[in-house]
Write a protein that binds this ligand. Structure first.
Ligand code: C2E
Length: 349
């Protein structure tokens, strides 16, 4: 996507694309903030891309594109996200550390070479020198050279130790940034990016182990949001997410798939256990009557619908997702608040 857009913004169509972006933002009622402009440039520069899919989905559901939503979209879909900035910064620190170690090593190297020359000179002088004073001078020179070597070695060791500490700190920091970049800020579950990567890994051509994938969607979420407002809607998302993370333990991988939709990957599991877990999740979500925190209004219960599919040999991630999605919509059509397994994959003869 990035390459396509980079070409579009520097090509003959660039100004017309920018004008379309403004017109489109105005049409859908999105403020022309710099971040939204960038998002819409990437969206319209590659309308078939993942960002386009997500924006269309949000607009279709009449989700307000708040600053927070834009930030989330940017973190997930724009190439110059926080992670790349952090990686650039980390790269600069590493360069600095390496340069400083190189200087210390070069200096220690030179001192050792000088020391070698001093020793060689001393050996020659020994051969020709007899007097005690001359020998004393020689030993004095040698001891001075030895002290220099020791000093340089100590400096080098100190530099290496401090660099080690700095690199370890950097590793911890990058690990935290990487985790944040893979986490959905609202629900703390893995985000779509992390989910896509994990699913692609588990559906690689060589992977033959059993695998199930479920999609779960909060029933009538839009109605809920419209009635009680987005803040309460966010609490409902967090509520469902807590139930999911409590029940999706071990190898199970739960993620926020987008909007009010969640996904769970079940590596190594088959229909029996997947159905049992999804049923438990469905019942637990529906078991609690929620309250609006600000007013204590009774929000009633929330229900979810789920659909899942078992991966068939060689099946791609996209196909598996498609079948889980069909199963989810079967659950919706069957009246919601239920779990449906997908039919087998039909292949062209
Ligand atoms: P949260 O508001 O950050 O709350 C985190 C946890 O703190 C809750 O986990 C619960 O263990 C405890 N907690 C917070 N407020 C209360 C409270 O007023 N009474 C009781 N008994 N415990 C409370 P839990 O229950 O798993 O909920 C996870 C998230 O789901 C909450 O995060 C919140 O965002 C949402 N949620 C759960 N129940 C409700 C509810 O009745 N109304 C609303 N608006 N949100 C809820």
């Amino acid at each position: 996507m990035a390459v396509k857009v980079e070409l579009a913004v520097r090509g003959p169509e660039a100004y017309s694309l920018a004008r379309n972006v403004i017109a489109e933002m105005e049409k859908v009622g999105v403020w022309p903030t710099p971040l939204n402009f960038e998002l819409w440039m990437y969206y319209l520069g590659d309308p078939e891309g993942a960002l386009g899919d997500e924006i269309r989905r949000l607009l279709k559901e009449r989700t307000v594109i708040s600053d927070e939503t834009s930030e989330m979209l940017a973190a997930e879909y724009l190439p110059r996200g926080r992670l790349s900035e952090e990686i650039r910064d980390a790269g600069a620190v590493l360069d600095r550390e390496l340069a400083s170690i190189q200087t210390a090593i070069a200096k220690a190297h030179k001192t050792q070479a000088d020391y070698g020359v001093t020793l060689a000179g001393a050996s020659e002088s020994m051969d020709s020198t007899r007097g005690a004073a001359a020998i004393k001078d020689l030993v004095g020179g040698l001891s001075h050279a030895t002290r220099r070597v020791r000093r340089e070695t100590a400096i080098l060791e100190e530099r290496l130790e401090s660099s080690n500490k700095e690199i370890a700190r950097l590793q911890r920091h990058l690990e935290q940034v990487r985790r944040e970049a893979m986490t959905d800020a609202l629900t703390n579950l893995s985000n779509r990016k992390a989910f896509d990567e994990r699913l692609a890994e588990l559906c690689s051509e060589t992977e033959t182990a059993p695998l199930a994938l479920a999609l779960l969607d909060i029933d009538h979420f839009k109605r809920f949001n419209d009635t009680w407002g987005h803040q309460t809607g966010d609490q409902v998302l967090r509520y469902v997410a807590t139930v999911l993370s409590r029940l999706c333990v071990g190898d199970r991988f739960a993620a926020r798939f987008g909007g009010e939709e969640f996904a769970v990957i079940f590596p190594g599991e088959k229909t029996g256990s997947v159905t049992a877990v999804l049923e438990t999740i469905r019942k637990e979500v529906a078991a609690r009557s929620l309250r609006r925190r600000s007013t204590n209004d009774d929000l009633g219960t929330v229900t979810i619908s789920a659909g899942f599919a078992l991966r068939e040999p060689g099946e791609t991630a996209a196909s598996l997702l498609g079948r889980a999605d069909v199963a989810l919509y079967d659950s919706k059509r069957a009246g919601r608040n239920c779990v449906t397994g997908a039919g087998a994959l039909t292949r062209a003869a």
